[in-house]
Design a protein around this ligand. Structure first.
Ligand code: ADP
Length: 612
């Protein structure tokens, strides 16, 4: 049965009760009405007939009195009018015998009437007034009283019946009222109960379904709605069960895949020998691999923030790298091995170099960050070894080189004896090579000093002009030899600076030297100094061959020389320049393209006072 059918059926008891009550009411009211009508019809007719009969009797009596009084004509006329009327009323009464005893009373009335009429006729026959008077009082008047009394008896009989019936009627209507009330109440209660229970039964599947929906909402996908039948709700229940089935299967499969993918990625990061940390967008630590737990001694499962257990310097580095990425600055690349942080472990100290890559959400926002701490202990040891070697070599080279230069100088000057022209040429070449060697040794010494952290800046106020002149001065001869013009452009706001003049001059000199060396004859090298807010910006622009993009990152590395670069350097100049600029808290970079020349620039922060 359909739901609509059931709901209609549930209304049926109430409707039935209504019909029942209606029928009862109609029947009883009909009965009450009919008995009321009976009173009117049966008794009222008799009452009316008797009243009229009495009236006509009175008139006939007065007509008799007229005759006795000598008004014979008038009396005869009057009685002739009344007589048929009386006869008619009597017949009406004879045809309407309803009450017990009424028939005999009517019989008596007929007899009294007949007697009265007979005697009346006798009166009419008497022509003597005296005899008529006598007849009236002795014979007619008693008959009149008798007839009147008989009519009155019938009247009383009917009036009594009326009173009795009206009483019965009243009692009946009271009973009917009470009965109707009881019937209405009973019908209402039974109908209501039946309708409620039927409605409840019809709608029970809905509550079963709603409970199932609730449970699904709470995440219990195993729940099914048990709804029997073929109606709309049963169909809905079947659809619902099918949906729950599909949901459960989907969750099982996607959960399985997800767990598998998670296990795979966890295994992948666990297999890395270097610590890996994964941060969420809010900066909270989400995951670490086994190496991180071991090396940084921060087990993930333990209570509290695992980061809090890491060494302070590790925390500081992680914080910096994490912020770099979460602020949207892209992947984090360390500048060099000096950024490595030391972590002591049971196998001795380890050096970890931080690298980071942001995790992007579908919308392109940064959704998190992964930080890998690359173990560079061995590489750093090599680096230290290299630095030691550089320092030792440079130091050990200096003294012999000085005496070598001195000796060559003395020979060339002819102090130790005459020199032939050929010898002089050779000595001059040797002197030049010694000079270049001295330059390399000086670079190496600078580098080893800078690398060993001995680079203490000696800040002083100088004019930009002094610095630029000093840097250009050392390369004037070489530039003239190559046919390269040296130019300078100092903006008025950048005239006075506060820097370490010797170091900045060394940086400028390295850049200008490179420019001159890489610029063909007819080209130019321009040094510009400008002010950029709280910084002063130096630019060395040449019109040389330019640097291909893939080289640009590497040229700042120590000992790196581009393939085919002109002889003379050891690949240290730019590395030293960068270290000096960074020690000033500044930045250094290059803008270049092959065939377009190169512009090396560096910017140094300036104290506010020198801005004026
Ligand atoms: P070097 O002392 O050997 O020049 P640098 O560190 O100064 O070492 O430079 C590293 C490399 O950068 C050089 O070998 C050269 O190839 C490249 N380079 C530096 N300056 C320029 C320039 N102005 N134009 C083209 N290449 C340059």
């Amino acid at each position: 049965m359909t739901l609509r059918g059931r709901l209609l059926l549930a209304q049926a008891p109430l409707a039935l009760a209504l019909v029942l009550v209606g029928v009862v009411a109609v029947v009883t009211l009909g009965r009450v009405g009919r008995s009321g009508q009976e009173i009117l019809q049966d008794n009222y007719r008799s009452v009316l007939a008797m009243q009229r009969m009495t009236e006509h009797l009175e008139r006939m009596d007065s007509a008799a009195l007229f005759i006795v009084a000598g008004e014979r004509q008038r009396g005869e006329a009057q009685q002739a009018v009344q007589r048929p009327k009386l006869e008619a009323e009597l017949r009406v009464q004879e045809a309407n015998l309803t009450e017990k005893g009424e028939a005999s009373a009517t019989q008596r009335l007929r007899e009294a009437w007949t007697r009265y009429v007979t005697r009346y006729d006798a009166l009419l026959a008497l022509s003597d007034r005296e005899a008529a008077r006598e007849h009236y009082f002795e014979s007619l008047s008693p008959a009149f009283s008798e007839a009147k009394a008989a009519a009155s008896a019938i009247l009383d009989l009917n009036q009594d019946a009326m009173a009795r019936k009206s009483d019965a009627q009243r009692r009946l209507s009271q009973r009917v009222n009470a009965l109707t009330g009881v019937a209405v109440l009973a019908a209402f209660l039974v109908g209501l109960f039946a309708s409620t229970s039927l409605t409840h039964r019809a709608l029970r599947p809905v509550s079963v379904l709603s409970q199932a929906v609730q449970r699904i909402g709470q995440g219990d996908l195993a729940v099914r709605a048990v709804v029997e039948g073929q109606d709309e709700i049963a169909q809905l229940g079947q659809e619902f069960n099918a949906m729950a089935e599909r949901l459960q299967r989907y969750r099982q499969s996607s959960l399985g895949e997800l767990l598998q993918a998670q296990a795979a990625s966890q295994a992948a990061i666990d297999s890395l020998p270097d610590p890996v940390l994964v941060f969420g967008a809010d900066g909270a630590l989400l995951n670490v691999n086994r190496a991180a737990e071991d090396v940084l001694r921060m087990p993930m499962g333990a209570e509290g923030d695992p980061l809090a257990r890491a060494a302070p310097e590790v925390r500081e580095v992680l914080e910096r790298v994490r912020l770099h990425m979460l602020e949207g600055k892209g992947a984090y690349q360390p500048r060099g091995y000096e950024e490595a942080v030391r972590v002591s472990s049971s196998e001795g100290d380890r050096w970890l170099l931080p690298r980071g890559s942001p995790v992007y959400a579908e919308s392109g926002e940064v959704a998190g960050a992964t930080v890998i701490l690359q173990d560079v202990t061995r590489l750093r040891r090599f680096d230290e070894l290299k630095n030691d070697l550089v320092a030792t070599v440079a130091h050990e080279f200096r003294t012999p080189l000085t005496s070598l230069r001195m000796a060559i100088h003395l020979c060339a000057e002819g102090v130790v004896g005459p020199v032939t022209e050929k010898q002089a040429d050779l000595l001059s070449a040797a002197q030049e090579d010694c000079g270049r060697l001295q330059g390399i040794v000086d670079d190496l010494l600078d580098l080893s000093r800078i690398q060993s952290g001995q680079l203490t800046l000696n800040l002083r106020r100088v004019t930009a002009l002094e610095l630029v002149e000093g840097a250009l001065g050392t390369h004037r001869v070489a530039a003239e030899d190559r046919g390269v013009r040296l130019l300078q452009e100092i903006s008025p706001e950048a005239e006075e600076l506060e820097v370490d003049p010797e170091r900045v001059q060394l940086v400028l000199s390295n850049l200008v030297g490179n420019g001159v060396r890489h610029t063909p004859s007819g080209g130019e090298v321009l040094v510009r100094v400008t002010r950029e807010g709280a910084r002063v910006r130096f630019e060395v622009r040449d019109t040389g061959e330019g640097i291909p993009p893939e080289e640009q990152a590497r040229i700042f590395e120590k000992f790196y020389r581009a393939p085919g670069a002109p002889a003379g350097g050891a690949g240290l100049g730019l590395s030293i320049a960068r270290d000096i600029v960074q020690a000033h808290g500044g930045q250094l970079g290059v803008v270049s393209a092959p065939g377009q020349g190169s512009t090396f620039w560096f910017a140094l922060p300036q104290p506010a006072s020198s801005a004026s």
